[in-house]
Design a binder for this molecule. Structure first.
Ligand code: NAD
Length: 285
């Protein structure tokens, strides 16, 4: 068997028309487009690449994009003051903060300062709480992207055996909650799980978000399972070439029923989810 490729770019493109239509409706009703603000700290290359994608997609779908920049060595008070300013700014609907934060800034303090209704990246625990309660909170974009691709591959996840490998607050836990809300039977595995393969082999739907290349091998996957690979790992292959790979070994293509590629899977959808959340935040306000 060769698994069907779940194409993140294709799923993202299919959502763009609807996001643009909703953005236009907000613009008409409010006299200005929805606006995403990015809070940048210093000059990080990976962040600038991600920002270019955010700016391009906002432009393409009719949103404004605002860049607020702080110096690399900014103290926590200055970062909190910048967040307060964006929280209070009537012209801003959504806020994303560059990660990782500068040394000396407490992640939980920063995340909690972000106004939940503008937290389109879903990092404030208040939003995670709403997701746990099955209500309309912003789930972290990567978790939402993984869930969206699972939905694209499965006709109905209700009653499915779903196994999530990885239990971080930003990916594994919210994915598990989204699956639970859809009435899948959910197990969550992590570093202390005793027999990982025992769990993964039971999965009709397997979501892997760990950050270890090749962790999930073909013998750990039930034939025909849907596999969502969230991992992003930079490796050097046998030929000395740098490569980006997921957590799933390439041999899994021969066993799974459907699989997300890396790159081209979950990562291709996260910016679209971020922009979609910004439009949703503008609609709610
Ligand atoms: P994290 O380090 O915060 O969490 C990793 C989780 O994996 C932990 O719960 C840990 O217990 C578990 N784990 C570690 N080793 C394990 C093992 N051997 N067996 C089972 N569980 C194990 O990582 P994160 O922030 O959740 O990110 C996970 C992966 O997803 C990384 O590769 C990251 O780069 C990627 N990621 C991708 C996107 C995207 O847009 N595609 C966004 C964010 C993160």
């Amino acid at each position: 068997m060769t698994a069907r490729r779940i194409d993140g770019q294709e799923v993202a493109r299919a959502r763009h028309q609807d996001i643009a239509r909703r953005s236009q409706a907000v613009t008409k009703a409010r006299g200005r487009p929805p606006c995403l603000a990015a809070l940048s700290i210093g000059d990080d290359h990976a962040w600038r690449v991600y920002q270019r994608r955010q700016r391009r997609l906002c432009g393409q779908l009719g949103l404004n994009y605002h860049d607020a920049s702080l110096p690399a060595d900014c103290p926590q008070d200055q970062l909190l003051a910048a967040i307060d300013q964006l929280n209070a700014d009537e012209a801003i609907d959504g806020i994303i903060i560059q990660a990782p934060l500068p040394a000396g800034c407490a992640t939980d303090v920063i995340q909690e300062r972000l106004c939940p209704i503008k937290d389109v990246e879903g990092i404030n625990p208040a939003n995670l709480g709403l997701v746990v309660a099955g209500r309309d909170g912003f789930a972290p974009c990567t978790a939402r992207a993984a869930w969206t691709l699972a939905q694209a591959a499965a006709t109905d996840v209700r009653g499915m055996e779903a196994v999530v490998v990885g239990a971080s607050v930003i990916v594994g836990r919210p994915v598990a909650q989204l699956l639970l809300a859809a009435e899948a039977t959910v197990s969550v595995c992590h570093i202390a799980t005793r027999d990982l393969a025992f769990h993964t082999r039971r999965a009709d739907l397997l979501v892997v978000a760990v950050g270890k290349a090749g962790l999930i091998t073909a013998d750990m996957v039930r034939p025909g399972a849907i596999v969502i690979d969230v991992g992003i790992n930079r490796i050097v292959d046998a030929a000395g070439q740098a490569q980006t790979v997921g957590d799933v070994d390439p041999g899994v293509w021969e066993v799974a029923g459907a699989l997300t590629p890396v790159p081209g899977g979950v990562g291709s959808l996260t910016t679209t989810i971020l922009v979609e959340n910004t439009v949703a935040a503008a609609e709610r306000r």
